[in-house]
Design a protein around this ligand. Structure first.
Ligand code: IMP
Length: 427
């Protein structure tokens, strides 16, 4: 059995990674969030209560699980304090949380910059979550960033904040925005440093030890492959690398430690925010899927765009991530739809292509080529094994395996943990 499992979204996020992660987390010793920030989000039901997690890893409800927020993350201390506070208010007080001293801090001016960039782009705006994620990662690259470990060293905190604001305050002034005081920010964020000091450590060392001690380590992905800064639909992407290759870098572990990579794939597709989405459609079925699948963003509440499953996208994710299995989610949402479609290739300027064009305008010109599949009427939410599924559902799932060249290892037939069919034991 694998000791390290990476959960990756194969599309544009919101594939149901949260549910698969929660399921696997019950068997893990360590749960790691390696990239992104509070642009992600999923709800967890625990002890009859609903918890919204945006930053904290999913193993937090089990006191035996070590939860790691790794160095590739960008963390907003205010949002983290709120999340921890919410746990404590709901009597989750016994937990193990570790925050990498290398993780970058999302500062208040990053949120302002995110809003400013978006407003200046007008109709080309990305539709970001406006959580300052892009500007925080940009500062990491421009070397103006603040790292979590800096929060407990007032001098280096002030130096870095001052460097950043020497550049950004004149920008804010130019655009008629309020400027920020480096002294005030340093005072405020130093207090966060004191608050979080007990969690801050070199998480790479912890992880290395855990892996060498043969612990079960689960890396929970955020966003999805098509939102990857390198391999997604650039520039309509997030600013980190939500791919399997991104995990060792972001978590600070050796790449050969990654054993299994499960790609979470929705039985249809969705996307929030702007950007190319070839299989998007808008009709009665869209409304049916959106309502039945609760296709509204966990972080922003925005209605998600809906499309048919796109095998060019899934094959791209299989290749980029080296997926060892697919977890197909929300299959139950497709019950009672007469005809289902799967995009098998694109037509681009009269040519049939089976890949994702790198150039954004070329990608926008791609037209999906579909195969049709008869749907099924039965409610499948209580089914416990693959063979008991309606024949048309089995055919649809087998087509996904055949067209992706990847085995389905998990099926999700409803939101509860019990509504999961496991075809391969990960832990
Ligand atoms: P940002 O990550 O807030 O900068 O947003 C960039 C793009 O990624 C936008 O289109 C967002 O809607 C999208 N995005 C970011 N995080 C998620 C997520 O967790 N699920 C789905 N889309 C996301």
């Amino acid at each position: 059995m694998a000791k390290t499992v990476v959960v990756i979204g194969t599309e544009w996020g919101d594939e149901g990674k949260g549910k698969i992660t929660d399921y696997l987390a019950t068997r893990a010793d360590v749960v790691v969030r390696s990239q992104g920030g509070n642009n992600a989000g999923h709800s967890i039901f625990f002890a009859q209560k609903k918890f919204a997690l945006h930053l904290i890893p999913s193993g937090i409800f089990n006191p035996k699980i070590m939860n790691i927020m790794a160095g590739g993350m960008v963390i907003n201390p205010k949002a983290l304090a709120k999340e921890i506070d919410n746990l404590i208010k709901q009597e989750i007080t016994d937990f193990q949380l570790y925050i990498s001293d290398r993780a970058h801090v999302v500062m208040p001016y990053h949120l302002e910059l995110d809003r400013l960039y978006e407003s200046l782009k007008n109709e080309n705006a990305l539709g970001t979550t406006k959580n300052g994620i892009g500007p925080a990662y940009a500062d990491k690259a421009t070397r103006l960033g603040i790292r979590f470990g800096d929060l407990i060293h007032k001098d280096s905190l002030f130096r870095q904040v001052n460097n950043a604001l020497a550049f950004y305050n004149p920008v804010f002034e130019t655009f008629g925005k309020n400027t920020f005081s480096p002294e005030q920010i340093t005072e405020e964020y130093y207090i966060y440093g004191q608050m979080f000091e007990k969690y801050i450590t070199d998480t790479s060392i912890l992880l290395d030890k855990a892996i060498k001690a043969d612990k079960y380590v689960l890396f929970e992905g955020a966003q999805g492959t098509m939102l990857c800064l390198d391999h997604g639909t650039y520039p309509f992407v997030t600013s980190s690398s939500p791919t399997a290759a991104g995990v060792p870098l972001a978590a600070g572990i050796a790449p050969q430690y990654i054993k299994e990579v499960v790609g979470v794939t929705k039985a249809y597709s969705t996307r929030v925010g702007a950007g190319v989405f070839p299989t998007e459609f808008e009709d009665e079925i869209t409304k049916y899927i959106r309502e039945k699948g609760h296709e509204y963003g966990t972080t922003t509440g925005r209605a998600r765009r809906i499309g048919w499953l796109d095998m060019n996208v899934i094959r791209h994710a299989v290749r980029i991530n080296g997926l060892t299995g697919l977890a197909v989610t929300l299959v139950d949402v497709l019950s009672e739809i007469k005809e289902l479609k799967i995009c098998i290739a694109y037509e681009l300027d009269g040519k049939i292509i089976d890949y994702i064009p790198g150039n954004y305008d070329e990608y926008k010109r791609c037209k999906p080529i579909y195969d049709s599949f008869p749907g099924w009427d039965e409610d499948i939410t209580q089914i416990k094994n693959f063979e008991a599924l309606p024949e048309n559902c089995i055919n649809y799932l087998k087509a996904i395996e055949m067209l992706s060249g990847t085995k389905i290892t998990v099926l999700s037939l409803g939101p509860d943990r019990e509504q999961t069919v496991i075809l391969h034991n990960y832990f």
